[in-house]
Design a protein around this ligand. Structure first.
Ligand SMILES: Cc1ncc(COP(=O)(O)O)c(C=O)c1O
Length: 409
Protein backbone atom coordinates (compact mmCIF):
# COMPACT_ATOMS: atom_id res chain seq x y z
CA UNK A 1 0.00 0.00 0.00
CA UNK A 2 1.03 3.56 -0.72
CA UNK A 3 1.07 4.40 3.00
CA UNK A 4 3.86 1.87 3.55
CA UNK A 5 5.94 3.72 0.92
CA UNK A 6 5.11 7.17 2.20
CA UNK A 7 7.51 7.13 5.12
CA UNK A 8 10.65 9.24 4.78
CA UNK A 9 13.50 6.82 4.02
CA UNK A 10 13.86 3.93 1.63
CA UNK A 11 11.79 1.32 3.45
CA UNK A 12 9.12 1.16 6.13
CA UNK A 13 9.63 -0.36 9.54
CA UNK A 14 8.91 -4.09 9.38
CA UNK A 15 6.93 -5.53 12.26
CA UNK A 16 7.93 -8.66 14.15
CA UNK A 17 4.91 -8.74 16.45
CA UNK A 18 2.27 -6.55 18.04
CA UNK A 19 0.51 -6.76 21.40
CA UNK A 20 -1.91 -4.27 22.94
CA UNK A 21 -0.75 -0.73 22.21
CA UNK A 22 2.82 -1.69 21.25
CA UNK A 23 4.67 -3.46 18.46
CA UNK A 24 8.23 -4.66 18.05
CA UNK A 25 10.14 -4.26 14.81
CA UNK A 26 12.34 -6.94 13.25
CA UNK A 27 15.37 -5.34 14.91
CA UNK A 28 13.78 -5.77 18.34
CA UNK A 29 12.84 -2.10 18.95
CA UNK A 30 9.64 -1.30 20.85
CA UNK A 31 7.13 1.27 19.56
CA UNK A 32 3.96 2.80 20.98
CA UNK A 33 1.36 2.35 18.25
CA UNK A 34 -0.90 5.41 18.02
CA UNK A 35 -1.84 4.55 14.42
CA UNK A 36 -3.44 1.24 15.40
CA UNK A 37 -3.91 0.17 11.79
CA UNK A 38 -5.81 3.43 11.13
CA UNK A 39 -8.57 2.16 13.45
CA UNK A 40 -8.50 -1.53 12.42
CA UNK A 41 -6.64 -2.20 15.68
CA UNK A 42 -8.36 0.44 17.84
CA UNK A 43 -9.09 -2.52 20.13
CA UNK A 44 -5.33 -2.92 20.70
CA UNK A 45 -3.45 -5.67 18.90
CA UNK A 46 -4.75 -9.20 19.50
CA UNK A 47 -6.64 -8.20 22.68
CA UNK A 48 -7.22 -10.62 25.53
CA UNK A 49 -10.74 -12.05 25.49
CA UNK A 50 -10.68 -11.84 21.69
CA UNK A 51 -7.95 -14.20 20.52
CA UNK A 52 -9.37 -17.15 22.49
CA UNK A 53 -12.81 -16.61 20.92
CA UNK A 54 -11.28 -16.48 17.44
CA UNK A 55 -9.16 -19.58 18.03
CA UNK A 56 -12.25 -21.37 19.34
CA UNK A 57 -14.25 -20.48 16.20
CA UNK A 58 -11.35 -21.26 13.87
CA UNK A 59 -11.44 -24.83 15.13
CA UNK A 60 -15.22 -25.07 14.56
CA UNK A 61 -15.56 -23.88 10.97
CA UNK A 62 -14.70 -20.61 9.31
CA UNK A 63 -17.15 -20.08 6.51
CA UNK A 64 -20.49 -21.60 5.56
CA UNK A 65 -23.47 -20.38 3.63
CA UNK A 66 -25.52 -20.46 6.82
CA UNK A 67 -25.54 -18.26 9.91
CA UNK A 68 -24.17 -19.28 13.30
CA UNK A 69 -25.77 -18.28 16.59
CA UNK A 70 -23.28 -15.42 16.88
CA UNK A 71 -25.28 -13.65 14.15
CA UNK A 72 -28.24 -13.39 16.51
CA UNK A 73 -26.18 -12.08 19.43
CA UNK A 74 -24.36 -9.61 17.18
CA UNK A 75 -27.54 -8.38 15.46
CA UNK A 76 -29.19 -7.73 18.82
CA UNK A 77 -26.12 -5.99 20.23
CA UNK A 78 -25.72 -3.79 17.14
CA UNK A 79 -29.39 -2.81 17.42
CA UNK A 80 -28.96 -2.03 21.13
CA UNK A 81 -25.83 0.07 20.54
CA UNK A 82 -26.68 1.95 17.38
CA UNK A 83 -30.49 1.96 17.35
CA UNK A 84 -31.16 0.32 13.95
CA UNK A 85 -33.00 -3.00 14.02
CA UNK A 86 -31.64 -4.89 10.98
CA UNK A 87 -28.06 -5.70 9.93
CA UNK A 88 -26.15 -7.33 7.09
CA UNK A 89 -22.48 -8.28 7.07
CA UNK A 90 -19.55 -7.68 4.74
CA UNK A 91 -15.78 -8.01 4.99
CA UNK A 92 -14.88 -4.32 4.67
CA UNK A 93 -16.42 -0.96 5.43
CA UNK A 94 -15.95 -0.11 1.76
CA UNK A 95 -18.26 -2.96 0.80
CA UNK A 96 -20.76 -2.03 3.50
CA UNK A 97 -20.89 1.51 2.07
CA UNK A 98 -21.21 0.27 -1.49
CA UNK A 99 -24.08 -2.04 -0.63
CA UNK A 100 -25.89 0.53 1.50
CA UNK A 101 -25.64 2.99 -1.42
CA UNK A 102 -27.14 0.38 -3.77
CA UNK A 103 -30.07 -0.11 -1.43
CA UNK A 104 -30.59 3.66 -1.18
CA UNK A 105 -30.52 4.02 -4.98
CA UNK A 106 -32.87 1.10 -5.49
CA UNK A 107 -35.56 2.16 -3.05
CA UNK A 108 -35.49 5.87 -3.92
CA UNK A 109 -35.01 5.22 -7.67
CA UNK A 110 -32.55 8.10 -7.68
CA UNK A 111 -29.12 8.01 -9.27
CA UNK A 112 -26.90 10.27 -7.18
CA UNK A 113 -25.05 10.17 -3.88
CA UNK A 114 -24.09 13.27 -1.90
CA UNK A 115 -20.75 13.41 -0.10
CA UNK A 116 -18.75 16.07 1.73
CA UNK A 117 -15.64 17.63 0.31
CA UNK A 118 -12.49 15.64 1.25
CA UNK A 119 -14.48 12.78 2.72
CA UNK A 120 -13.13 9.25 2.71
CA UNK A 121 -15.35 6.18 2.85
CA UNK A 122 -12.99 3.53 1.51
CA UNK A 123 -12.71 2.74 -2.19
CA UNK A 124 -16.28 3.76 -2.97
CA UNK A 125 -16.12 5.12 -6.53
CA UNK A 126 -18.79 7.76 -5.92
CA UNK A 127 -16.73 9.39 -3.15
CA UNK A 128 -13.63 10.15 -5.27
CA UNK A 129 -14.68 13.70 -5.93
CA UNK A 130 -13.62 17.11 -4.56
CA UNK A 131 -14.47 20.74 -5.08
CA UNK A 132 -11.79 22.53 -7.05
CA UNK A 133 -12.39 26.30 -6.88
CA UNK A 134 -15.98 25.46 -6.01
CA UNK A 135 -16.47 23.11 -8.98
CA UNK A 136 -16.90 19.34 -8.53
CA UNK A 137 -14.14 17.29 -10.17
CA UNK A 138 -12.67 13.80 -9.98
CA UNK A 139 -10.24 13.59 -7.08
CA UNK A 140 -6.57 14.07 -7.88
CA UNK A 141 -4.96 10.60 -8.11
CA UNK A 142 -8.25 8.77 -8.84
CA UNK A 143 -7.09 5.72 -10.81
CA UNK A 144 -9.23 4.66 -13.76
CA UNK A 145 -12.64 5.81 -12.48
CA UNK A 146 -15.33 3.56 -13.99
CA UNK A 147 -17.56 6.60 -14.47
CA UNK A 148 -16.81 10.31 -14.11
CA UNK A 149 -17.80 10.87 -10.44
CA UNK A 150 -19.42 14.20 -11.30
CA UNK A 151 -22.13 12.11 -13.02
CA UNK A 152 -22.82 10.00 -9.93
CA UNK A 153 -22.17 12.37 -7.07
CA UNK A 154 -22.97 15.79 -5.67
CA UNK A 155 -20.28 17.19 -3.36
CA UNK A 156 -20.63 20.06 -0.90
CA UNK A 157 -18.62 21.44 1.99
CA UNK A 158 -19.41 20.11 5.47
CA UNK A 159 -21.23 22.56 7.76
CA UNK A 160 -22.77 24.48 4.84
CA UNK A 161 -26.53 23.96 5.07
CA UNK A 162 -27.31 26.29 2.15
CA UNK A 163 -25.02 24.28 -0.14
CA UNK A 164 -26.57 21.05 1.11
CA UNK A 165 -30.07 22.29 0.36
CA UNK A 166 -29.07 23.50 -3.12
CA UNK A 167 -27.67 20.05 -3.88
CA UNK A 168 -30.70 18.19 -2.52
CA UNK A 169 -33.37 20.26 -4.23
CA UNK A 170 -32.53 18.71 -7.60
CA UNK A 171 -34.47 15.71 -6.25
CA UNK A 172 -31.96 13.19 -7.63
CA UNK A 173 -29.94 12.36 -4.49
CA UNK A 174 -30.61 8.87 -3.15
CA UNK A 175 -28.54 9.29 0.01
CA UNK A 176 -26.15 11.51 1.90
CA UNK A 177 -23.08 9.41 2.68
CA UNK A 178 -21.34 11.02 5.64
CA UNK A 179 -19.08 10.61 8.59
CA UNK A 180 -20.89 12.44 11.41
CA UNK A 181 -17.63 14.31 12.04
CA UNK A 182 -14.99 14.20 9.30
CA UNK A 183 -11.97 12.19 10.42
CA UNK A 184 -10.06 11.61 7.23
CA UNK A 185 -8.81 15.15 6.59
CA UNK A 186 -7.99 15.99 10.17
CA UNK A 187 -10.98 16.06 12.49
CA UNK A 188 -13.81 18.41 11.48
CA UNK A 189 -16.65 18.68 13.98
CA UNK A 190 -20.18 19.56 12.90
CA UNK A 191 -21.44 22.97 14.01
CA UNK A 192 -23.95 22.80 16.87
CA UNK A 193 -27.33 21.88 15.38
CA UNK A 194 -25.84 20.98 12.01
CA UNK A 195 -26.98 17.36 11.94
CA UNK A 196 -30.51 18.14 13.13
CA UNK A 197 -30.88 20.67 10.31
CA UNK A 198 -29.17 18.43 7.72
CA UNK A 199 -31.42 15.50 8.65
CA UNK A 200 -34.49 17.73 8.25
CA UNK A 201 -33.31 18.76 4.79
CA UNK A 202 -32.73 15.12 3.85
CA UNK A 203 -36.26 14.27 4.93
CA UNK A 204 -37.74 17.29 3.13
CA UNK A 205 -36.15 16.24 -0.17
CA UNK A 206 -36.72 12.47 0.17
CA UNK A 207 -33.01 11.67 0.58
CA UNK A 208 -31.82 8.94 2.92
CA UNK A 209 -29.13 9.51 5.53
CA UNK A 210 -26.28 6.97 5.45
CA UNK A 211 -23.95 7.48 8.40
CA UNK A 212 -20.49 5.87 8.21
CA UNK A 213 -19.22 5.31 11.77
CA UNK A 214 -16.12 3.32 10.81
CA UNK A 215 -13.86 5.91 12.48
CA UNK A 216 -16.30 7.87 14.65
CA UNK A 217 -16.90 4.83 16.84
CA UNK A 218 -14.11 6.58 18.75
CA UNK A 219 -16.84 8.88 20.16
CA UNK A 220 -18.17 6.12 22.45
CA UNK A 221 -19.60 2.59 22.57
CA UNK A 222 -22.59 3.60 20.41
CA UNK A 223 -20.51 5.81 18.13
CA UNK A 224 -21.30 9.43 17.35
CA UNK A 225 -24.83 8.39 16.38
CA UNK A 226 -25.71 7.28 19.89
CA UNK A 227 -23.74 9.99 21.65
CA UNK A 228 -25.51 12.74 19.68
CA UNK A 229 -28.92 11.19 19.01
CA UNK A 230 -28.60 10.95 15.20
CA UNK A 231 -31.30 8.99 13.37
CA UNK A 232 -29.74 7.54 10.19
CA UNK A 233 -31.71 5.45 7.71
CA UNK A 234 -28.61 3.39 6.94
CA UNK A 235 -25.50 2.91 9.05
CA UNK A 236 -22.03 1.50 8.33
CA UNK A 237 -19.20 0.33 10.54
CA UNK A 238 -16.11 -1.76 9.82
CA UNK A 239 -12.44 -2.01 10.85
CA UNK A 240 -12.41 -2.06 14.68
CA UNK A 241 -15.73 -3.90 14.88
CA UNK A 242 -13.82 -7.18 14.28
CA UNK A 243 -10.60 -6.14 16.08
CA UNK A 244 -8.85 -6.33 12.69
CA UNK A 245 -10.34 -9.61 11.48
CA UNK A 246 -12.06 -8.73 8.18
CA UNK A 247 -15.61 -7.86 9.25
CA UNK A 248 -17.99 -4.98 8.67
CA UNK A 249 -21.70 -4.38 8.75
CA UNK A 250 -24.47 -2.11 7.56
CA UNK A 251 -27.68 -1.53 9.46
CA UNK A 252 -31.02 -0.14 8.32
CA UNK A 253 -34.34 1.00 9.67
CA UNK A 254 -37.39 -1.26 9.41
CA UNK A 255 -38.77 1.10 6.77
CA UNK A 256 -35.67 0.78 4.57
CA UNK A 257 -35.72 -2.99 5.05
CA UNK A 258 -39.39 -3.19 4.07
CA UNK A 259 -38.86 -1.03 1.00
CA UNK A 260 -35.93 -3.07 -0.28
CA UNK A 261 -37.51 -6.43 0.60
CA UNK A 262 -40.57 -5.48 -1.45
CA UNK A 263 -38.31 -5.13 -4.50
CA UNK A 264 -36.46 -8.46 -4.17
CA UNK A 265 -37.64 -11.77 -5.63
CA UNK A 266 -36.37 -14.79 -3.70
CA UNK A 267 -35.29 -16.62 -6.83
CA UNK A 268 -32.98 -13.79 -7.93
CA UNK A 269 -29.76 -15.08 -6.39
CA UNK A 270 -26.49 -13.21 -7.01
CA UNK A 271 -28.07 -10.62 -9.28
CA UNK A 272 -28.36 -7.75 -6.78
CA UNK A 273 -24.74 -6.59 -6.66
CA UNK A 274 -24.73 -6.93 -2.87
CA UNK A 275 -22.77 -9.37 -0.73
CA UNK A 276 -19.93 -11.82 -1.28
CA UNK A 277 -19.16 -15.46 -0.67
CA UNK A 278 -17.30 -14.79 2.58
CA UNK A 279 -19.66 -12.05 3.82
CA UNK A 280 -21.22 -12.97 7.16
CA UNK A 281 -18.79 -15.87 7.63
CA UNK A 282 -18.60 -17.59 11.01
CA UNK A 283 -15.14 -16.24 11.87
CA UNK A 284 -16.12 -12.60 11.15
CA UNK A 285 -19.22 -12.95 13.30
CA UNK A 286 -17.23 -14.51 16.14
CA UNK A 287 -14.77 -11.61 15.81
CA UNK A 288 -17.53 -8.99 16.02
CA UNK A 289 -19.11 -10.74 18.98
CA UNK A 290 -15.81 -11.03 20.86
CA UNK A 291 -15.03 -7.37 20.14
CA UNK A 292 -18.37 -6.03 21.32
CA UNK A 293 -18.63 -8.39 24.27
CA UNK A 294 -15.08 -8.18 25.63
CA UNK A 295 -13.12 -5.30 24.10
CA UNK A 296 -14.98 -2.17 22.95
CA UNK A 297 -16.99 -2.01 26.16
CA UNK A 298 -18.20 1.15 27.96
CA UNK A 299 -15.39 0.59 30.51
CA UNK A 300 -12.82 0.57 27.71
CA UNK A 301 -14.06 3.94 26.42
CA UNK A 302 -13.92 5.34 29.97
CA UNK A 303 -10.20 4.49 29.90
CA UNK A 304 -9.48 5.56 26.31
CA UNK A 305 -11.18 8.97 26.16
CA UNK A 306 -9.24 10.56 29.08
CA UNK A 307 -6.02 9.30 27.47
CA UNK A 308 -6.88 11.11 24.24
CA UNK A 309 -7.48 14.24 26.35
CA UNK A 310 -4.04 13.75 27.90
CA UNK A 311 -2.51 13.35 24.44
CA UNK A 312 -4.25 16.48 23.14
CA UNK A 313 -3.17 18.46 26.23
CA UNK A 314 0.45 17.39 25.72
CA UNK A 315 0.33 18.55 22.10
CA UNK A 316 -1.56 21.78 22.91
CA UNK A 317 0.96 22.72 25.62
CA UNK A 318 3.89 22.19 23.26
CA UNK A 319 2.18 24.21 20.49
CA UNK A 320 1.46 27.06 22.93
CA UNK A 321 5.06 27.09 24.18
CA UNK A 322 6.45 27.08 20.64
CA UNK A 323 4.33 29.93 19.28
CA UNK A 324 3.50 27.85 16.19
CA UNK A 325 0.10 28.54 14.64
CA UNK A 326 -1.11 24.96 14.91
CA UNK A 327 -3.96 23.40 16.85
CA UNK A 328 -5.13 20.01 18.11
CA UNK A 329 -8.69 18.62 17.98
CA UNK A 330 -10.20 15.57 19.62
CA UNK A 331 -13.18 13.32 19.07
CA UNK A 332 -13.59 10.75 21.87
CA UNK A 333 -10.47 8.59 21.92
CA UNK A 334 -9.07 10.04 18.67
CA UNK A 335 -7.08 13.28 18.41
CA UNK A 336 -5.18 15.02 15.68
CA UNK A 337 -3.03 18.10 15.20
CA UNK A 338 -3.23 20.28 12.12
CA UNK A 339 -0.95 23.02 10.80
CA UNK A 340 -3.43 25.91 11.11
CA UNK A 341 -4.36 28.02 14.12
CA UNK A 342 -8.05 27.14 14.46
CA UNK A 343 -10.11 24.00 13.86
CA UNK A 344 -11.36 23.84 10.24
CA UNK A 345 -15.11 24.00 9.58
CA UNK A 346 -14.95 21.91 6.44
CA UNK A 347 -12.80 19.58 4.38
CA UNK A 348 -11.58 22.30 2.02
CA UNK A 349 -10.15 24.36 4.89
CA UNK A 350 -8.58 21.28 6.47
CA UNK A 351 -7.02 20.07 3.20
CA UNK A 352 -5.49 23.52 2.60
CA UNK A 353 -3.57 23.16 5.88
CA UNK A 354 -1.93 19.84 4.95
CA UNK A 355 1.85 19.92 4.45
CA UNK A 356 3.32 16.65 3.21
CA UNK A 357 6.99 17.36 4.04
CA UNK A 358 6.24 18.81 7.47
CA UNK A 359 4.03 15.85 8.25
CA UNK A 360 6.75 13.41 7.17
CA UNK A 361 9.23 15.23 9.39
CA UNK A 362 6.92 15.10 12.43
CA UNK A 363 6.11 11.44 11.86
CA UNK A 364 9.71 10.38 11.34
CA UNK A 365 10.81 12.36 14.41
CA UNK A 366 8.22 10.49 16.50
CA UNK A 367 9.06 7.14 14.90
CA UNK A 368 12.76 7.57 15.69
CA UNK A 369 11.70 8.03 19.33
CA UNK A 370 9.49 4.93 19.35
CA UNK A 371 6.04 6.34 18.49
CA UNK A 372 4.01 5.48 15.38
CA UNK A 373 1.46 8.00 14.06
CA UNK A 374 -0.96 7.40 11.17
CA UNK A 375 1.20 7.90 8.06
CA UNK A 376 -1.16 10.10 6.05
CA UNK A 377 -2.29 12.44 8.77
CA UNK A 378 -1.29 13.43 12.27
CA UNK A 379 -3.80 11.31 14.08
CA UNK A 380 -3.46 9.40 17.33
CA UNK A 381 -5.88 6.80 18.54
CA UNK A 382 -6.09 5.29 22.02
CA UNK A 383 -6.81 1.60 22.59
CA UNK A 384 -7.97 -0.11 25.78
CA UNK A 385 -4.33 -1.19 26.24
CA UNK A 386 -2.78 2.30 25.81
CA UNK A 387 -1.26 3.77 28.99
CA UNK A 388 -0.50 7.28 30.25
CA UNK A 389 3.21 6.47 29.84
CA UNK A 390 2.59 5.67 26.15
CA UNK A 391 0.89 9.03 25.69
CA UNK A 392 3.68 10.83 27.50
CA UNK A 393 6.27 9.25 25.21
CA UNK A 394 4.54 11.04 22.33
CA UNK A 395 4.23 14.34 24.24
CA UNK A 396 8.01 14.33 24.85
CA UNK A 397 8.82 13.57 21.22
CA UNK A 398 6.34 16.17 19.95
CA UNK A 399 7.63 18.87 22.34
CA UNK A 400 11.19 18.27 21.28
CA UNK A 401 10.25 18.21 17.55
CA UNK A 402 8.51 21.59 17.65
CA UNK A 403 11.40 23.07 19.70
CA UNK A 404 13.87 21.95 17.05
CA UNK A 405 11.62 23.22 14.26
CA UNK A 406 11.28 26.66 15.82
CA UNK A 407 14.99 26.83 16.68
CA UNK A 408 15.97 26.01 13.08
CA UNK A 409 13.50 28.49 11.52
C1 LIG B 1 -14.92 6.54 7.38
C2 LIG B 1 -14.39 5.35 6.64
N1 LIG B 1 -15.25 4.53 6.02
C3 LIG B 1 -14.83 3.45 5.35
C4 LIG B 1 -13.48 3.15 5.26
C5 LIG B 1 -13.05 1.95 4.47
O1 LIG B 1 -12.60 0.94 5.27
P1 LIG B 1 -11.94 -0.34 4.55
O2 LIG B 1 -10.67 0.15 3.93
O3 LIG B 1 -11.69 -1.28 5.68
O4 LIG B 1 -12.90 -0.84 3.55
C6 LIG B 1 -12.56 3.99 5.86
C7 LIG B 1 -11.10 3.70 5.78
O5 LIG B 1 -10.27 4.46 6.21
C8 LIG B 1 -13.02 5.12 6.57
O6 LIG B 1 -12.17 5.96 7.15
Amino acid sequence: MNWMKKWAGKFPVFVAEAHGAHFTDVDGRDYVDLCLGDTGAMTGHSPAGFTDAIAHQAKRGITLMLPTEDAIWVGEELARRFGLPLWQFTLTATDANRFAIRIAREITQRSKVLVFNYCYHGTVDEAYITLQDGVAASRHGNIGPPVDPTLTTRVVEFNDLAALESALLHGDVACILAEPALTNVGIVHPDPGYWAAAANLAKKYGTLLLIDETHTICAGPGGYTRAHGLKPDLFVIGKAIGSGVPAATFGMTAEVADRITARIRLEDCDTGGIGGTLAGNALSLAAIRATLENVLTPEAFAHMIPLAERWANGVANAIAASGLLWHVTRLGCRAEYLFRPRPPRNGGEAAAAMDFELERFMHLYALNRGVLLTPFHSMALMSPATSAADVDRHSEAFTSAVRELVASA
